[in-house]
Design a protein around this ligand. Sequence first.
Ligand SMILES: *[C@@H]1O[C@H](CO)[C@@H](O)[C@H](O)[C@H]1NC(C)=O
Ligand SMILES: *[C@@H]1O[C@H](CO)[C@@H](O)[C@H](O)[C@H]1NC(C)=O
Ligand SMILES: *[C@@H]1O[C@H](CO)[C@@H](O)[C@H](O)[C@H]1NC(C)=O
Ligand SMILES: *[C@@H]1O[C@H](CO)[C@@H](O)[C@H](O)[C@H]1NC(C)=O
Ligand SMILES: *[C@@H]1O[C@H](CO)[C@@H](O)[C@H](O)[C@H]1NC(C)=O
Length: 372
Amino acid sequence: MEVWNKLAYIAVLFMMSFRPSSSDIAVLQHHPNDVVESQHAMSSCNLFQGSWIYDESYPIYNSSVCSFIDKEFDCQGNGRPDKLYLKYRWKPSACEMPKFDARDLLRRLKGKKLMFVGDSLSLNQWQSLTCMLHAALPQSNLTIQRKGAFPTFNFPEFNVSLMLCRTPFLVDLVTEKIGRVLKLDSIQNGNSWKGYDMLIFNTWHWWLHKGSSQPWDYIQKGDQVYKDMDRMVAFEEGLKTWSKWVDSNVDPSKTKVFFQGISPTHYRGEEWNASKGMSCKGETQPLAGSTYPGGPHPATAVVKEVLSNMSKPVTLLDITTLSQLRKDSHPSLYGDDATGNDCSHWCLAGVPDTWNHLLYAILVSQGKSKPM
Ligand SMILES: *[C@@H]1O[C@H](CO)[C@@H](O)[C@H](O)[C@H]1NC(C)=O
Ligand SMILES: *[C@@H]1O[C@H](CO)[C@@H](O)[C@H](O)[C@H]1NC(C)=O
Ligand SMILES: *[C@@H]1O[C@H](CO)[C@@H](O)[C@H](O)[C@H]1NC(C)=O
Ligand SMILES: *[C@@H]1O[C@H](CO)[C@@H](O)[C@H](O)[C@H]1NC(C)=O
Ligand SMILES: *[C@@H]1O[C@H](CO)[C@@H](O)[C@H](O)[C@H]1NC(C)=O
């Protein structure tokens, strides 16, 4: 029963409300009775349920103006010949997204420090956000510091900092006498996540790595040390440790917490009814419709279960399905040369811009009732 109550609560977090037409969001915000009014005027809408539609005005920035973009995401810069994949906008079925307004976002974040915490998909989303903001406000004196503990983008005009903490498992990976040990119930890493106004966490892809790309020799839970274990179980244990960290260290009146959601890969053509052996390579268009033929992602169920059991509010950016539909938007051969056929990360401009757009939409929606 209690689990169901909590699931219902999480469901409420997912259901963000907007007017059927959101063209006058700015007006809405300044209306003294906006909370009351919006409760009456807005219909409930799941932002993560929808489809991709062609939009001539996309992309929202040209990656060539984003001089700090990493080579691995700069598909156009790396010679990707097709451009159609840049021209799709996410359209929730039941409402419109509020238009992305970089200046409005920076005003909402004024004086705040944000940190993306996780693997290279966190890097992907962090770079996307900085490109989105920089492209919209080219006059703003952005500073970039890529070295040091945490790469940081600053917008001094708004006193906003966007940081990145690379830690692919969230839980600790330590070198001991026996070798490199992935510790499922240890999270000293968390000491560097304190004092932020917003934390956006992500972990998944590295839990699957095997062979030479597996960065640990042993995996430990409690006093037990294992040579290997079921990776989904390990992921769930790690995520539970993270959830306990959030529950005992985050003050929701000071820090908003998001979970970035599971970013899918496209290495198995049979998932989207392409032939076996096909991957994202050569794909130039998204899948039509709102459902992925390959079905829901198994890791998403684990994330939802762990989140439903938390005492502190965490908003899930439930980006899995919408990203599953974008078999066309990976770098493939136009990423980092070392990666080969990359069907895991995303080209920029591209899908992570939509993740950030959704983050913005949620902040706009929450901002009506509780200013950040
Ligand atoms: C981005 O800008 C460059 C330089 O102005 C231009 O050559 C290129 O076509 C643009 N790319 C897109 C996708 O619009
Ligand atoms: C910028 O924000 C930080 C908090 O992140 C605050 O301590 C500092 O006083 C602010 N500086 C200015 C010039 O507003
Ligand atoms: C950016 O820096 C330049 C040179 O220091 C200055 O002239 C300009 O006013 C600054 N722009 C903003 C928006 O602060
Ligand atoms: C999958 O491919 C088969 C054979 O090409 C076709 O008959 C079927 O309609 C396709 N299914 C979907 C969901 O596209
Ligand atoms: C939920 O929390 C309880 C109490 O902390 C714990 O015993 C249980 O294992 C948790 N379940 C999940 C799925 O996280």
